[in-house]
Ligand binder design. Structure first.
Ligand SMILES: C[S@@+](CC[C@H](N)C(=O)[O-])C[C@H]1O[C@@H](n2cnc3c(N)ncnc32)[C@H](O)[C@@H]1O
Length: 251
């Protein structure tokens, strides 16, 4: 179920981010538009694990504002296809990067079977109730043997603090089971390297400050901020952790 807080976080914030980037300059676009992954170290690990190569189609499901896919296109020459259910996020990704974006749910991908070279799904599984449907669809559209890069917020079994609204964090065991049932083999996993260089985090902060200056009094701003705070508390208390995973589609 999509809650008001999720609409604020993934919808309103997407529009506001695109506005702020247009004000500050295009150099701010990629760092500001990486809403789930945010660290260039994490993106580099995923890109190398998936052996991205020029001309590969990279399907990013739950692409948000498109920062990770734009980063991969710039650094590795891949051809991204973005799928994202929130219209404002699709609009923002098209505005900032001019990438092809399809407004759709990850559980019903409007793509041909076996047509995609590499799939990414970053910070999305925890926001989706039917995780199995999304992973089944990703398996269907990927070529046999293709790589899937995931960033997943994984819950420890004992999670006591409140989660951001609409989030259902899977345990490690659940993720492993979901991947296996969808036909993926989990090859490798590491905790997300979170530190970003100042050159990156400074741009993220400048965009955040521009958004706050304009929207801090809006109800949607408060709802989205509460989502971020809740996730931050869970991470600080080590009740969840952010994991990078590399799986391959077994044929
Ligand atoms: C934390 S954001 C991550 C965005 C992006 N992947 C990134 O790393 O910057 C989660 C995204 O998943 C999207 N999402 C939620 N439910 C989805 C679904 N059923 N299918 C595909 N995407 C979904 C949200 O709209 C949101 O843009």
């Amino acid at each position: 179920m999509t809650t008001a807080a999720m609409v604020a976080e993934f919808g309103d914030f997407a529009d506001w981010t695109a506005d702020a980037v247009e004000q500050l300059g295009t150099g701010h676009a990629i760092p500001a538009a990486c809403r789930g992954s945010s660290s260039p170290g994490a993106l580099a690990w995923l890109a190398e694990a998936c052996e991205l190569a020029p001309g590969n189609t990279l399907l990013d499901v739950g692409a948000g504002v498109g920062g990770p896919a734009a980063w991969a296109a710039e650094r590795f020459g891949v051809r991204p296809i973005l799928v994202e259910p929130m219209l404002p996020a699709c609009r923002a990704a098209a505005r900032l990067f001019g990438l092809p974006v399809v407004t759709a749910d990850g559980g019903r991908l409007p793509l041909r079977s076996g047509s995609v070279d590499v799939g990414w799904c970053l910070g999305v599984l925890c926001t989706v109730e039917d995780k199995a449907a999304l992973l089944d669809e990703m398996h269907r559209v990927l070529k046999p043997g293709a790589s899937l890069g995931l960033l997943v917020v994984v819950s420890r079994a004992l999670q006591r603090l409140p989660a951001p609204e609409g989030n259902h964090f899977p345990t490690q065991r659940e993720v492993a089971g979901l991947l296996a049932n969808a036909g993926f083999r989990l090859l490798e996993q590491i905790p997300r390297p979170s530190a970003a260089p100042l050159s990156w985090s400074r741009r993220v902060e400048q965009v955040a400050a521009a958004v706050a200056a304009k929207h801090e009094g809006d109800e949607a701003y408060g709802l989205a901020a509460r989502q971020t705070e809740r996730l931050g508390r869970l991470l600080s208390a080590r009740q969840v952790s952010i994991q990078l995973m590399h799986a391959v589609a077994a044929s």
